[in-house]
Design a protein around this ligand. Structure first.
Ligand code: M6R
Length: 591
């Protein structure tokens, strides 16, 4: 979602540094940007709507060793220069950038206005510098004033604050991620995500919920926001490389990440077998296993319902994380919640974890981002090891998540090795499939259907969640209206939408539902649909056939790949940037 980056230390190019660092967080999605640099005892502030990539950072080359910057994804107040961060106190001495939502901001704003504070924006964030300014009337210490202000907030925040009379950077978090990079030697970097400072340091310390940090660039102190007690931290070295997080020879991250599925599935399968067996046992013994995730991760959970049922005869329950609230009636200390998230920072998932923990249930996280909040707060974690995923559209994370679920389902059926073999073979087949001829074929198909306004996808069994996932992929990057259905549901309503030439995709495998899904496809064809079949075999009903290898229980992993490629080419052909779809963000840290 919004990006945050701040620096304090011995360097004298802090303004330029924070702007360049934020350019590395562009993939998160935002609509405006801003920076505040402490120069002497003044603050130079610049902000605007639009892309930070077009900002010339050399224009911020003034001698400056303390700066904060932000990219904003609008929640409270429209996309305007005024609403962009940083926000300042009335006297212009305090600047703040913030991610998250201060839920009691209206009440605090009324209170501050009554005391004479004048507000410039419609944001919830602007109450922060004003409240700190108010708190400074009863303490000389800037960090204490920030602490006192934080203790009055309800909601979620990750914030950075600076003051003209202090060479310190103060950060606090409750609900929105902040990571500290650097050492006494390099100075300290504080960002909402690691790529912001990877050019300068690989040493990180994680700020946890309810904690704040104060640093002057040479020393650093982590404390509990509520009590002020010191919180000791461990320095951790990041193991992934900057190249892994960059586009390399690819035009877009989305394409790069689709192609990385040649290896990422194999990496996901490479789990500690003992741990997989222990987790399978935990599922076997749980009195109720619940799966939650959002968007694409939610579709991996939906597919997992079928994996558990077909492979292991085990019933589990899926709910989108945002719908989990009322499930608390079913939770006990013997329930198990499995949460799935690429970023490990999704607010709705964190909320679901909170609900489960309040009932004493255990939480297993399947995550990509190691060290993320979800990873750290879960009782057990499995990493899918897909490497950084930067395109907003999730691709390689999905196939990694499904691979891990298949592995657990096979472990539950006491056939772990069989599952492993199947997945490794599937990885190899995907490697063969992702060749230039295949890509060209799908590009041509995208060329042919790019001007269509609607597109429908059908699937059955574990291909049903993939039909829904296909729709998400096509919607979010190409903006074509796409919907995914269970094939059998067509005749209960959606078939009324089919006209002569409507493109419809059928996701087909070679299993006990093949005949059924082909019958549904024939129903579409009879209404004039232009039928694109994704299947291991060609059937007469297909107008276009996108061949996929036969995958058994791993069929959804192979079937989704041509659709990811199609969505990518549809976006490109329609002149859209697949890496930065409108209105969306990579990491959704608001509820
Ligand atoms: O980081 P997460 O996996 O928790 O994110 C969940 C969704 O926001 C995410 O999958 C979203 O639906 C993607 N943009 C879809 O491509």
């Amino acid at each position: 979602m919004c990006g945050i980056f701040g620096y304090v230390g011995g360097r004298t190019d802090a303004g330029k540094l924070v702007i360049d660092g934020l350019k590395n967080l562009e993939y998160r999605g935002y609509d405006s940007w801003g920076v505040a640099c402490k120069i002497g005892t003044e603050i130079r502030m610049e902000k605007d709507i639009g892309k930070i990539s077009t900002v010339d950072s050399s224009a911020f080359a003034d001698a400056c060793s303390l700066a904060i910057a932000h990219t904003r994804w609008a929640t409270h107040g429209g996309v305007t220069k005024r609403n962009a961060h940083p926000h300042m106190s009335c006297d212009g001495t305090i600047a703040v950038v913030h991610n998250g939502i201060i839920e009691n901001y209206a009440e605090l704003r009324r209170e501050l206005e009554a005391k004479g504070h004048a507000f410039q924006s419609e944001t919830d964030t602007e109450i922060i510098p004003h409240l700190i300014e108010e708190e400074l009337k009863s303490t000389d210490d800037f960090a204490s004033a920030v602490r006192n202000a934080c203790n009055r907030f309800e909601g979620r925040y990750g914030l950075l604050a600076l003051h003209t009379l202090s060479q310190t950077l103060v950060a606090a978090r409750t609900g929105s991620p902040l990571i500290v990079g650097g050492t006494r030697k390099d100075g300290y970097f504080i960002a909402s995500d690691i790529p912001a400072f990877m050019d300068y340091t690989r040493t990180v310390q994680y700020l946890d919920d309810g904690e704040m940090v104060v640093t002057d660039g040479r020393s650093i102190l982590f404390t509990d926001i509520a009590t002020g007690e010191e919180r000791p931290k461990r320095e951790i070295e990041i193991t992934w490389t900057i190249e892994e997080a960059q586009k390399g020879a690819y035009k877009h991250f989305m394409l790069k990440e689709i192609m990385e599925q040649k290896e990422s599935i194999t990496r996901a399968v490479n789990q500690d077998e003992e741990q997989i067996m222990t987790l399978a046992e935990a599922i076997r013994n749980a009195q109720g296993t619940f799966l939650v995730g959002c968007g694409t991760a939610g579709k991996a959970c939906m597919a997992a319902e079928y994996f558990f049922s077909v492979i292991a005869g085990k019933h589990v329950n899926f709910a989108p994380a945002s719908e989990f609230k009322l499930y608390h009636h079913f939770l006990t200390s013997r329930s198990l919640l499995i949460v799935v998230s690429q970023s490990g920072e999704t607010a709705d998932v964190l909320e679901a974890m909170k609900i489960a923990k309040s009932k004493g249930s255990k939480v297993l996280a399947i995550v990509n981002a190691k060290g993320s909040t979800i990873d750290r707060e879960a009782d057990y974690s499995l990493h899918i090891n897909a490497g950084p995923e930067r395109a907003v559209a999730s691709t390689k994370a999905l196939t990694g998540q499904m691979a891990v679920f298949i592995l657990i389902a096979y472990a539950l059926a006491d056939k772990l090795q069989e599952g492993k073999t199947l997945l490794l073979e599937t990885g190899a087949k995907i490697n063969d499939m992702l060749n230039p001829r295949y890509m060209e074929r799908i590009e041509k198909l995208a060329e042919r259907i790019q001007r269509k306004q609607d597109l429908y996808i059908i699937g059955k069994s574990w291909n049903y969640p993939m039909a829904m996932e296909s729709a998400i992929k096509i919607q979010e990057v190409s903006y074509i209206h796409a919907e995914g259905f269970a094939g059998g549901e067509l005749k209960h309503g959606p078939i009324a939408l089919i006209e002569e030439g409507t493109p419809c995709i059928a996701l087909v495998g070679k299993d006990e539902v093949t005949t059924d899904i082909l019958s549904n496809t024939i129903e579409l064809k009879a209404r004039g649909a232009f039928v694109i079949g994704v299947a291991p075999e060609r059937y007469d009903v297909f107008d276009e056939w996108l061949k996929v290898p036969e995958g058994g229980a791993a069929q959804p992993l192979v079937n989704i790949i041509p659709i990811q490629i199609l969505a990518y080419f549809l976006a490109v052909k329609r002149g859209k940037d697949p890496d930065m779809p409108r209105n969306l963000a990579k990491s959704v840290t608001v509820k």
